[in-house]
Design a protein around this ligand. Structure first.
Ligand SMILES: *Cc1c(COP(=O)(O)O)cnc(C)c1O
Length: 392
């Protein structure tokens, strides 16, 4: 190798061999720090804003992943963060000031709800929530100091569809930023910027990464100045992603389109299968004509109805316990977006903190389940679900 130079001591890095740059796979770069030629070179690097100095401020594996996510969302200069909640935190804390108000959809992800209801008020940021399927309720909840509206287009686990066109028009008319958490829907079903969002964010942990082995988030703003503020907040708070997780997520993204297509087809098939069973009281899937927001789902999702499916069993908690035991081949785990189909029971997991009245108001009974449908062969999934229903 041409660049081999004798090492003076073991306590120096061995030069990386020539030819290594032609690797077809993306290298994993865990280095925390980067050297510079001299102070002028370091100045030039800070001025240009490229290159790397310290991993909390950026590293190559995060940059590589961010470019792929930018391509998916149709954004520019997006930021990869250490989790979906890191993205939510950087956006809310980076862009809102004390004395301002943010309006959230009332079925946001549980930790986003908690950040907004318990933490932001401690810092003087006012928050409130309204039903995003009801534009009149959203409008009524706006205040003169509302600076931001934050919503998910498809709610977990009721799969209700927000009136996002109405909300985008409202945000525009009142000069508030519209933030969309696009984790559930993914850019395969809709792109936040096309719907009028100013900022889009993700838990990359879920469908995008897809293998339940990387915890990451992503945030992209249409306006570079807002993106800059989000980045500064993330770097200051240390909401940095791990290079290894970025490397895994990039690998996951190569198959995102294929996984999404297969998982969505499986979900549509299971929705049909479940709906014809006498033990099943109701099936909630955006592609079904009996979905409460069916027309909006068709208009917004353009046929990409996704991998998430909810259903309600007859017979309450006892039947729910029996179903989980009988469906031993479906991991009972409160996450979503894995290659494997996972089963979750919101009343005992994501929504356990609510009173039973509040749960019932959302339709979450003891027999209510959510399936995050994976990419297994359809016949296999069908038989697992059929035999579990028979035994419950
Ligand atoms: C999981 C999730 C989050 C939080 O993401 P983490 O990566 O777990 O921090 C935010 N929003 C939605 C819709 C989620 O499903």
């Amino acid at each position: 190798m041409s660049n081999e130079i004798p090492l003076s001591t073991l306590i120096r890095r061995t030069p990386w061999p020539d030819g290594a740059h032609a690797a077809m796979g993306t290298p994993l770069q865990p280095s925390v720090v980067y050297t510079s030629a001299d102070p002028d070179a370091l100045d030039a690097q800070y001025l240009r804003g490229h290159g790397y100095t310290y991993a909390r401020e950026g590293h190559p594996n995060a940059s590589v992943l961010a470019q792929k996510l930018d391509l998916l969302e149709g954004g520019k200069g997006g930021l990869v963060l250490g989790s979906g909640m890191a993205a939510a935190t950087a956006i809310l804390c980076g862009l809102l000031n004390s004395g301002e108000h943010v309006l959230g959809g009332d079925q946001l992800y549980g930790r986003t709800l908690r950040l907004m209801s318990q933490d932001l008020p401690r810092w003087g940021i006012e928050t409130s929530f309204a039903d995003p399927t009801n534009i009149a309720a959203m409008e009524a909840a706006m205040q003169p100091n509302t600076k931001m509206i934050i919503v998910e287009v498809v709610a977990n686990p009721t799969l209700r569809i927000a009136d996002i066109n109405g909300i985008a028009a409202l945000a525009k008319a009142r000069n508030a930023l519209l933030v969309i958490d696009n984790t559930f829907t993914t850019p395969a079903a809709l792109r936040g910027f096309d719907l009028g969002a100013d900022i889009v964010f993700h838990s990359v942990t879920k469908l995008l990464s897809g293998h339940s082995d990387a915890t990451l988030g992503y945030a992209v703003a249409r306006d570079p100045e807002l993106q800059h503020k989000i980045r500064d907040m993330a770097v200051t708070m240390g909401l940095t992603p791990s290079p290894f997780d970025c490397w895994l997520a990039e690998r996951g993204l190569f198959t995102f389109d294929l996984r999404y297509e297969r998982a969505s087809a499986n979900a549509a098939m299971l929705a049909e299968e479940l709906s014809s069973h006498e033990m099943v009281k109701q099936v909630i899937y955006p592609g079904r004509s009996d979905h409460p927001d069916a027309a909006r789902a068709t208009e917004l999702l353009g046929g990409a109805f996704g991998n998430m499916l909810s259903f309600e069993l007859q017979g309450g908690r006892d039947a729910a316990n029996r179903f989980v035991h009988a469906a031993q081949d479906l991991p009972f785990a409160p996450t979503l977006g894995d290659v494997a189909t996972t089963l979750s029971h919101p009343a005992s997991s994501s929504h356990r903190g609510l009173s039973s009245e509040a749960r019932l108001a959302l339709g979450i009974t003891e027999g209510f389940f959510r399936l995050s449908v994976g990419i297994e062969p359809p016949e296999y999934l069908k038989s697992v679900v059929q035999s579990a229903l028979k035994r419950c």
